[in-house]
Design a protein around this ligand. Structure first.
Ligand SMILES: Nc1ncnc2c1ncn2[C@@H]1O[C@H](COP(=O)(O)OP(=O)(O)OP(=O)(O)O)[C@@H](O)[C@H]1O
Ligand SMILES: O=P(O)(O)OC[C@H]1O[C@H](OP(=O)(O)OP(=O)(O)O)[C@H](O)[C@@H]1O
Length: 227
């Protein structure tokens, strides 16, 4: 039976750095977006692909998880940092794509770090984009973390007196260094995952299961058979 437009699978991709890193993985999985997808001036948010059965939507990275968790998108690519923050039970993350590698860390001003003793903390105030994950992490060792939610430029918070500590992503460590901060604890290693909506996997196991295998193969560097 021919698939109708409403049968199309929706793949949610994040804007920003993961989008660029995703391109070779998508291609290896057999998906090539329409040319306007690469046009930075385009205001379109939904794009067709070379595959009649799959469209792409381009949203903010936190929103990829939300679209997939609620079934508005069936598939997605998303950082494990975002998945840990939301902890959505409706998302299944079967493939580590090995892109967007960084770590989630606690940092504080270098001069404070020289004398600070984290084992004596009982209550700390932290600026972060990841309040839930941060609270869970510290609660597990009996520390109450009061989180101030920021959406970027966390590294400014200690210098401007918002709080002494931050939880943020670190890759080269350059952003911390240039803002006088020192990484004092790694909370988690981060990479991007191929994710699927669990209910969609139950109702369309063949179609979605095949995409899981294609992305798994693509992540392992194999060029999937796009036929
Ligand atoms: N320095 C980094 N190195 C590698 N991967 C990173 C780095 N920073 C972020 N990431 C990964 O890329 C994802 C998106 O980060 P990015 O900085 O592009 O988003 P953003 O612009 O802050 O997001 P948004 O605009 O949607 O809030 C993160 O969730 C993380 O998984
Ligand atoms: O250790 P580094 O290599 O310096 O990378 C870390 C920076 O990368 C991310 O920010 P991004 O550049 O995405 O900007 P943002 O503050 O808008 O999230 C992250 O939030 C750090 O600020």
């Amino acid at each position: 039976m021919a698939e109708s437009a409403s049968d199309k699978l929706i793949l949610a991709l994040p804007k920003g750095r993961i989008l660029a890193e995703s391109a070779p993985v998508l291609h290896a999985a057999g998906i090539d977006p329409e040319p306007s997808f690469h046009d930075e001036d385009s205001r379109a948010l939904r794009f067709t692909t070379n595959r009649p059965d799959i469209d792409i939507i381009r949203v903010r990275s936190f929103d990829v998880a939300t679209f997939v968790a609620f079934g508005a998108a069936h598939l997605g690519i998303c950082g494990s940092d975002v998945l840990m923050e939301f902890d959505f039970t409706e998302i299944y993350a079967p493939v580590d794509l090995g892109i967007g590698r960084c770590r989630l860390s606690v940092a504080e001003p270098a001069d404070l770090a020289a004398s600070d003793d984290p084992s004596r903390w009982s209550h700390i105030r932290i600026a972060t984009k990841y309040p839930e994950l941060t609270k869970r992490h510290f609660a597990a060792r009996g520390v109450q973390a009061e989180c101030i939610k920021l959406n970027g430029a966390m590294e400014l918070a200690p210098t401007l007196g918002l709080c002494h500590r931050i939880v943020d992503l670190v890759s080269s460590g350059r952003t911390l260094k240039e803002n006088g901060l020192k990484e004092i604890e790694r909370i988690a290693e981060v990479s991007s995952r191929f994710i699927v909506n669990r209910a969609a996997l139950k109702t369309r196991p063949e179609a979605i299961g095949a995409w899981i295998e294609r992305f798994r193969a693509a992540a392992h560097g194999a060029v999937a058979d796009a036929a």
